[in-house]
Design a binder for this molecule. Structure first.
Ligand code: PAJ
Length: 292
């Protein structure tokens, strides 16, 4: 039995007031921030939240400040009714679905920047992206007042940026990283997979295949970061319609590229397939739940 009746909140001030009330009643609050177009990856976060809190809050907000001028903000998939139905099946208690003008009143000029972690990898290709992410999640934390927040390993750099922001600015919020949920064929689930034709979907399997090959090398004792990167590049290069943006083998805590063998690594990539920009990664020598 749910502790509170399901509700949808749209006004930021009403969200903050509701969260304060729930806290005063002694409830433990979990938040799962999303941009909607929910798939099983998002639902896995909701289930993890359900297991660790009294009240599960889902936020659905396509955050304009994390999209570059030539990116897919206007065509990002949206399906609020479908999202709410799927999320309620996972025990959602409250959905916060604000409007952009309410999250960013005209003239807004205060942003949150997590410096070093936002620079490499996707940060190089998407200038300002992680500042947009850190800014909106900071606003969402202020409004939903969570005890615990859930993010996916799928967006590994984002997870590290947000864990660092939380440690420095919201030390009482526990940020939990959850494993990547994949399609049965290996493709990491993503709202942007909706942009792929079925041929492109098949091409995109090269990404998870490349990462699996690197993981197998690691399991066989390979620790040379350049060999791990090379393996991924080679597998992905066998599918000409996949354009790699980068392959990285970095320290999972600092995201600094490894220059020498290490005891743990995150091997990540970004690639373009058709109209989609896809990312994926594999964590080697450690588990996502051990990051904080
Ligand atoms: P979005 O892409 O909707 O993802 C919301 C959350 O779901 C993120 O924490 C993401 O890592 C997680 N997720 C996505 N695909 C996943 C998969 N296959 N397996 C496990 N988790 C997965 O990430 C964002 O939105 C935004 O940047 C946000 C944090 C909401 C800020 O706007």
């Amino acid at each position: 039995m749910a502790l509170v009746p399901f509700e949808i909140v749209r006004e930021p001030a009403a969200m903050r007031a509701r969260a304060e009330d729930l806290r005063r009643d002694g409830r433990r609050l979990a938040v799962v921030p999303t941009m909607g177009a929910l798939h099983d990856g998002h639902l896995s976060l909701l289930r993890a939240a359900r297991a660790r809190a009294d009240v599960v809050i889902l936020t659905i907000f396509v955050n304009p400040t994390q999209f570059g001028p030539s990116e897919d903000l206007s065509r990002y998939p949206r399906d609020e009714a479908g999202d709410l139905a799927a999320a309620r099946g996972c025990g959602l208690d409250l959905a916060f679905c604000p409007e952009a003008e309410d999250m960013y009143p005209p003239g807004s000029q205060t942003f949150v920047e997590v410096r070093a972690l936002s620079q490499p990898m996707c940060g190089e290709k998407r200038p300002g992206h992680f500042t947009g992410v850190a800014t909106v999640v900071s606003k969402l934390f202020h409004l939903t007042r969570p005890h615990v927040a859930f993010f996916g390993q799928k967006d590994f750099q984002q997870l590290r940026v947000l864990q660092t922001m939380a440690r420095e600015r919201f030390p009482r919020v526990t940020v939990v990283g959850c494993p990547i949920v994949r399609e049965p064929d290996g493709l990491a689930m993503s709202s942007r997979n909706a942009y792929l034709t079925s041929d492109e979907h098949d091409d995109a399997l090269a990404l998870s295949r490349g990462l699996r090959a690197a993981q197998e090398l690691w399991q066989n004792g390979e620790r040379d970061p350049e060999r791990l990167r090379g393996e991924v590049r080679e597998v992905v290069a066998s599918v000409p319609r996949v354009t790699l943006e980068y392959v990285s083998a970095a320290d999972p805590l600092t995201l600094v590229e490894l220059g020498a063998p290490a005891q743990r690594a995150v091997v990540s990539l970004a690639a373009r397939v058709g109209k989609a920009r896809l990312i994926d990664n594999v964590l080697l020598g450690m588990d996502v739940k051990d990051l904080s």
